[in-house]
Write a new protein. Sequence first.
Length: 52
Amino acid sequence: MPVTVLVPDVPDEVVEILKSRASANGMSLNAYLREMLSQEAAIPERPTATET
């Protein structure tokens, strides 16, 4: 089930950059961030130093 993720205290300049990138890709900010999070989650985890 989808959930809402809130990220407080994101600097205005970061938000503006992300909005600009989203717009350049024909996406809303929400869609752009959702895509970024999905791509990050798809990257396989690497073992940490304690797991090797």
